[in-house]
Design a protein around this ligand. Structure first.
Ligand code: ACO
Length: 427
């Protein structure tokens, strides 16, 4: 196998080492490029650039493979609990029973937030988007907890991780309760992590909370499927914010803002809104397919296409089956599921989508399940954030432990040069 790559610039040959990953990926190590040649690389959107070496998640977009720490996403979605997967992502190994018990009990210990946070929540109008509220409340956590972590101290790191894992679902629950006008409630240490998520979101003030195994299983699966996805937009944001040695909560708050956009996590909300619009318009999927293909129309088929997957998103396959199961088991008939299936069928045999390798992504079917569970549309991306939390933590921890340098890209300057300053009267 080649060990390096050579290139010639101004008649001089430069050699750069190749870096290999454990799944046979190859990259060119250009750390010395600018020092040796004076050149930088230009790669908008980082379509060809690796920002780090990472041992957390592997994905092969061409083959449609996704693994967390070496375990296939199918196996984890079928046979693991979200908290086990969180532990796996963050600490590198699946927990033993004793480790899991301690992890859960340490989370229980921290599962309370300062009452003053309620004042901040109260000051948001009811119409505020839940993602904006969640980002603000997460950022506000820094005011009530140590703002920085000594990454050299295993104990401090562990405590920060347990703290955010414990408090975040409370913030998620409160965000939903704000939207629904329900009184705020707390974590119940007698319940499991995922059961608590459901309890904090759905418990009504006038009745007991009874856990529904179908809801818990669906939530567990969705959270696992969203738990990490290597260097995506929000995770790269978390890593780059953390690379300035900003604290864990502040970095995660930035990640939430990045996730909010409709080209990233916000797509799950956009998909349901699109499916609803198609239904309202009479259900003519062909009309919307034509709009998606029309370059003069800004409309895109939301939930289709992915920067990395040029094959079926393995998460979408699992979610599609789960959507069918959940709707059947809860006895819900949702016409938008049929519209979604119709659109998928058309897109998979349409040359525009086939040629560009545009397949359904994780967001295409997830909203249909969230809706069936009674989660409001504006809350879908919040659910994504809850699932992604362990991934953000794992990537932040890895970045700090590897002592990565501050993220600071270069540019090619294309602005004006050497302008002469005139006094304001002469401009
Ligand atoms: N509908 C119609 N055309 C599309 C779509 C779509 N959903 N996605 C990509 N295309 C077309 C583009 O117009 C472009 O066509 P061209 O080559 O003729 O110019 C080509 O496919 C390549 O698309 P890019 O935008 O260059 O691909 P990129 O990798 O930059 O973007 C993205 C990926 C943002 C996900 C894009 O496919 C998209 O906007 N999809 C819809 C939004 C969405 O579902 N986002 C969720 C992604 S998953 C996640 O973040 C959890």
């Amino acid at each position: 196998m080649e060990k390096s790559i050579k290139f010639i610039y101004k008649d001089e040959t430069f050699e750069f080492p190749l870096v290999g990953g454990t799944e046979n990926e190859l990259g060119i190590d250009i750390k010395t490029l600018r020092a040796l040649t004076g050149l930088v690389t230009l790669d908008p959107g980082f379509k060809n650039s690796g920002s780090c070496e990472s041992g957390v998640t592997f994905l092969d977009g061409e083959k449609g493979i996704l693994k967390y720490r070496g375990y296939s996403i199918d196996d984890l979605a079928k046979g693991a609990d979200f908290l086990e997967v969180a532990y796996l992502l963050i600490f590198g190994e699946l927990p033993t029973s004793a480790q899991l018990e301690k992890f859960q009990s340490d989370i229980n210990e921290e599962a309370i937030v300062d009452e003053d946070l309620k004042t901040i929540l109260k000051s948001f109008p009811k119409t505020a988007h839940p993602m904006g509220i969640l980002a603000s409340l997460t950022s506000a956590l820094t005011a009530f907890n140590p703002s920085s972590v000594d990454v050299g101290s295993e104990e401090e790191m562990y405590q920060a991780i347990v703290t955010i894992l414990a408090k975040f679902p409370i913030l998620v629950g409160w965000t939903q309760r704000k939207v629904k006008g329900l009184p705020l409630n707390y974590y119940d240490t007698k319940l499991s992590y995922v059961d608590n998520v459901a309890q904090m979101m759905f418990k009504k003030p006038n009745s007991e909370y009874t856990s529904n195994p179908i809801v818990i299983e669906a939530l567990n699966k969705l959270l696992i499927l969203h738990a990490d996805h290597e260097q995506n937009c929000s995770t790269s944001t978390v890593r780059i914010v953390g690379s300035s040695h900003a604290g864990l909560f502040a970095s995660i708050s930035a990640g939430i803002s990045a996730l909010w956009g409709p080209l990233h996590g916000g797509a799950n909300q956009a998909v349901i809104e699109m499916l609803e619009a198609i239904k309202e318009d009479g259900g003519d999927t062909k009309k919307f397919m034509a709009k998606a293909k029309d370059k003069s129309d800004p409309f895109r088929l939301m939930g289709f296409g992915h920067r990395v997957y040029k094959n079926f998103d393995p998460r979408a396959k699992i979610i599609k089956v789960a959507a069918d199961e959940v709707l059947n088991e809860l006895g819900i008939v949702d016409p938008v599921l049929d519209i979604a299936k119709g659109l998928e069928q058309e897109a998979l045999s349409d040359s525009y989508f086939v040629d560009r390798k545009l397949y359904p992504n994780v967001d295409f079917y997830s909203g249909i399940i969230y809706r069936a569970l009674g989660i409001p549309t504006e809350m879908f991306t919040v659910m994504f954030a809850l699932g992604r939390l362990p991934g953000w933590i794992a990537q932040w921890k890895e970045m700090r432990e590897n002592n990565e340098p501050i993220g600071r890209p270069r540019q090619i300057y294309t602005g004006e040069t050497n302008k002469v300053l005139k006094t304001i009267e002469k401009r």
